[in-house]
Design a protein. Structure first.
Length: 321
């Protein structure tokens, strides 16, 4: 009788603990969710997350707050998330390549070891952009001017990845450039408009009004296919640089130890948000493509991309600053 009683008490305790755990999971989210972005407002990271977060808020029933912690190629923001409580209320959003030890000498973050994958929100191909103050209207014309110049052209960058791409471009075409670093892409835009730098490679979002005004000139897209938003813009292969398809993915990551059920819930709602027609359309207007992956899908993509970058670094001898 006592044995039966003990078993009954144990079963009740297990049931109660399971109920409490399920009840806790079901209660999430019970307060606003904070998404940390390691770059200043006005970038493609900011713009894309605002529209995705607005849809996620509807589905989760909680406010999503964007917090900007710019600096050190995004590592300041990433570090803030690495050390945050793993309760599903603090996330990092951005491109995780630029903060990897391959590209950042100090305070780097390897998301595969220090964070938990949530969802890859969108993919953004790089674009080669030039100041309209330059005489050249095409990359072919610019390359001729570059080769005739004693010190080449100046290029603005806000992440270490851009320096590597210009190293790769030099290896492929002989294009010589002098790197001028900035804390964010918005500063690079202003410098390109002012003629302080000649060219840059990156997302086209911040340049769109200037492209429309004719003050910034996109010369090609680093992709194997033309983008529907810019059908007249040639691909890298079409300007004579085959197999030069490069870009970045932007995704959500959580602190290590975040409960899997919360991670899966976040991934589900993030993916659903990217599939809303108005959201997908807006993302494409950025010159990007909506993805909305599973946590596992984002991790596979990230590892595959890092393999490509690692091989490129080995060939070029690139050193992070």
């Amino acid at each position: 009788m006592k044995q039966v009683l003990r078993c009954s008490v144990l079963a009740l305790a297990l049931f109660a603990s399971g109920f409490a755990a399920n009840g806790w999971a079901q209660a999430w989210p019970s307060k606003p969710i904070r998404i940390v972005i390691g770059f200043p407002p006005g970038t493609v990271i900011d713009a894309s997350m605002r529209i995705v977060a607005a849809e996620m808020e509807k589905r989760l029933g909680q406010q999503i707050l964007l917090e900007f912690k710019p600096g050190a190629n995004g590592t300041i923001g990433a570090k803030a998330v690495v050390t945050a409580p793993p309760d599903g209320y603090t996330l990092n959003y951005g491109n995780s390549v630029s903060i990897h030890p391959l590209f950042t000498r100090n305070n780097a973050v390897d998301v595969t070891k220090e964070m938990v994958s949530v969802s890859n929100i969108m993919g953004t191909p790089f674009y080669f952009l030039a100041s309209a103050k330059l005489q050249a209207r095409t990359f072919e014309e610019l390359l001729k001017l570059n080769k005739a110049s004693a010190d080449g052209h100046s290029q603005g960058n806000s992440v270490e990845v851009q320096d590597l791409i210009f190293d790769m471009l030099k290896d492929r075409t002989g294009f010589v450039s002098r790197s001028i670093p900035y804390k964010g892409s918005s500063q690079t835009v202003l410098s390109l408009l002012a003629g302080e730098v000649d060219v840059s490679i990156g997302s086209i979002l911040a340049y769109i009004p200037h492209v429309q005004a004719g003050t910034v000139r996109p010369m090609f897209i680093l992709s194997s296919s033309r983008h529907p938003q810019y059908p007249n813009l040639p691909t890298s292969a079409e300007v004579g640089i085959p197999n030069f398809d490069l870009g970045l993915d932007y995704g959500l990551w959580a602190p290590l130890g975040t409960p899997n059920d919360i991670v899966q819930k976040l991934a589900l709602e993030a993916a659903a948000a990217t599939r809303v027609p108005s959201v997908a359309e807006q993302i494409r207007k950025f010159g990007s493509e909506p993805i909305g992956s599973t946590p596992e899908g984002q991790l596979r993509t990230f590892n595959a991309q890092m393999k490509v970058w690692a091989e490129a670094i080995q060939r070029s001898g690139f050193k992070p600053k």
